[in-house]
Design a protein around this ligand. Structure first.
Ligand code: F3S
Length: 64
């Protein structure tokens, strides 16, 4: 599973990180780090929750 990060939509809500801190990395100002994320299998549930929790829809799940 890949999470595509639409960095320009991120407003720094950090809900993704609250759900899956091992998957979503925020920068010093609290914005998501740009770049697609290849999610390890054991993190998929947390990553899914995190992506769905983003109110800006900045995280798009691509499960192939
Ligand atoms: Fe940004 Fe959404 Fe996470 S606004 S910090 S991608 S919850």
């Amino acid at each position: 599973m890949i999470v595509r990060v639409l960095r320009e939509k991120c407003q720094g809500h950090a809900r993704c990180w609250a759900q899956a801190p091992d998957v979503f990395v925020l920068d010093d100002e609290g914005y998501i780090t740009p770049g697609d994320i290849a999610v390890p299998e054991d993190q998929e549930r947390a990553a899914w929750r995190g992506a769905k929790s983003c109110p800006e829809r900045a995280l798009v799940i691509d499960d192939g």
